[in-house]
Design a protein. Structure first.
Length: 264
């Protein structure tokens, strides 16, 4: 069942399963209070990841409903966990594993191999109108072609089309040497391994404008900004449709998407 086929579940009765009301009440509390570090950084609550989880569970029922808890229990049992229907850090690790396994770059990199960057001469350049803030955005030709098809489909949605910034690209291919220099000179290593092995070195990864909370930039990883992004029409459309064009995302960054139509 897909999220699109779950529209009928959005009514209160369709999202109510009496036997799962107790875990639903627990989820309603932890949704904004769980203290954890799913990506090695302290966070409070799991609301930012709820849309991804709904997509994975194939439901539009809110994360504080008993139907969501029922489906979550089924997911837990698939991984031989207790089917409590309660969201916790261990359950999220299972979701995270599923999502990360869909990213070829991650699967290659976790074995200690960092893919070499493509020859610069083979890269295509996004058109100025496709770039956020006038940046020059190189990408592999296949990535750019898939991106253009996806954007053409997305902009048939009025809520997305009304803001011309939506789905413009603010980062594509990044030269590893330039990333390393930026890490050293600016101290901008993104808290992880920007300088050693970023997916942007492949020409398959791109950062897209999906919105920004007031006072934040579109690439700010501040928790309020990420939460805001996951509630925009653009991000919700990507969750439901990006896979049709060969794109998967990095769950911590709502703006980061990778094309899987070509090996990294």
């Amino acid at each position: 069942m897909t999220a699109m086929s779950a529209c009928a579940q959005t009514s209160p009765s369709a999202c109510t399963v009496a036997a799962f009301e107790p875990p639903a009440r627990i989820n309603a509390s932890s949704l904004r209070s769980l203290s954890w570090a799913p990506f090695r950084r302290d966070e409070i609550g799991w609301e930012t990841y709820a849309p991804l989880m709904q997509r994975e569970l194939g439901t539009l029922c809110a994360p504080d409903t008993s139907r969501f808890s029922q489906l979550l229990a089924g997911f837990q049992k698939r991984f031989r966990m207790k089917g409590t229907g309660e969201m916790d850090a261990d359950t999220f690790l299972r979701f995270k594993g599923v999502w990360q396994e869909r990213r070829p770059f991650v699967m290659v990199n976790q074995n200690g191999f960092c893919p070499p960057p493509p020859d610069l001469a083979t890269l295509a350049i996004a058109a100025p109108a496709e770039s956020y803030g006038g940046k020059t955005i190189p990408l592999r030709p296949g990535t750019l072609d898939a991106y253009r098809k996806m954007v053409a489909a997305a902009r048939r949605v009025p809520a997305i089309a009304k803001d011309t910034r939506n789905l413009t690209i603010f980062s594509g291919f990044r030269d590893p040497d330039a990333d390393a220099a930026r890490c050293v000179t600016d101290g901008n290593c993104d808290g992880v391994a920007r300088a050693t092995c970023s997916p942007h070195r492949t020409g398959l990864a791109l950062d897209l404008y999906v919105g920004e909370a007031p006072g934040f930039k579109p690439d700010s990883s501040a928790d309020p900004n990420r939460l805001f992004m996951t509630n925009t029409p653009t991000y919700r459309w990507l969750l439901a449709n990006a896979h049709r064009f060969g794109f998967v995302n990095y769950p911590f960054e709502p703006w980061h998407w990778e094309w899987i139509g070509q090996a990294p």
